[in-house]
Design a protein around this ligand. Structure first.
Ligand SMILES: [Zn+2]
Length: 174
């Protein structure tokens, strides 16, 4: 998945959970912020390594147990791994999902393309089409929010529900 899609998906996850949207976004950004520079600098051969390995799950659980912010970061990180694995499976390269086991296992035939080259390859793949649908839904939601006059913040941070006012009938029953 493309980096902005990971961030938007994490922000939306904040809307449907009680987790902090900003911390979810931080967690979802981490895998690429760690791995892309490492691969670009030639420290590792692949673009899915340290930040994308599911072997960090015990560390993520420890972070999640430490605080509510840690829980959101861990879930955001997990959402990134899930979406990247979904992306390679959708694009007919399920073997690439072995990145989840790095360094114990590695994909047998990884793409190993730098980000710019990858973008050209990625355009119009099934996963890219899924991302287009996702962004269309986000766009429609934004448009509806703007038209309703509600603050855009409510898209990822809905206001708490107020208790329903008592009706006359409720009052009469008392
Ligand atoms: Zn990634």
């Amino acid at each position: 998945m493309l980096f902005p899609t990971h961030l938007a998906a994490a922000a939306l996850l904040g809307r449907w959970s009680r987790l902090s949207a900003p911390w979810l976004v931080v967690g979802a950004a981490l895998p690429d912020l760690v791995d892309k520079p490492l691969a670009t600098l030639g420290v590792v051969d692949l673009y899915h390594t340290v930040g994308h390995t599911a072997l960090l799950a015990p560390a993520a659980v420890a972070v999640a147990l430490a605080s509510p912010a840690g829980r959101a970061v861990a879930v955001g990180w997990g959402s990134h791994l899930f979406l990247d694995a979904l992306h390679v499976v959708l694009n007919g390269r399920p073997g690439d999902a072995l990145f989840l086991g790095w360094p114990l296992v590695v994909p047998p035939d990884p793409l190993a393309m730098p980000p710019g080259e990858f973008l050209v390859y990625y355009l119009w793949s099934p996963s890219f089409v899924l991302e287009c649908v996702f962004w269309a839904v986000v766009g429609v939601s934004l448009l509806r929010a703007v038209r309703s006059g509600r603050p855009l913040r409510e898209l990822w941070d809905p206001p708490p529900r107020r208790p329903e006012p008592c009706s006359d009938r409720d009052e009469a029953d008392r």
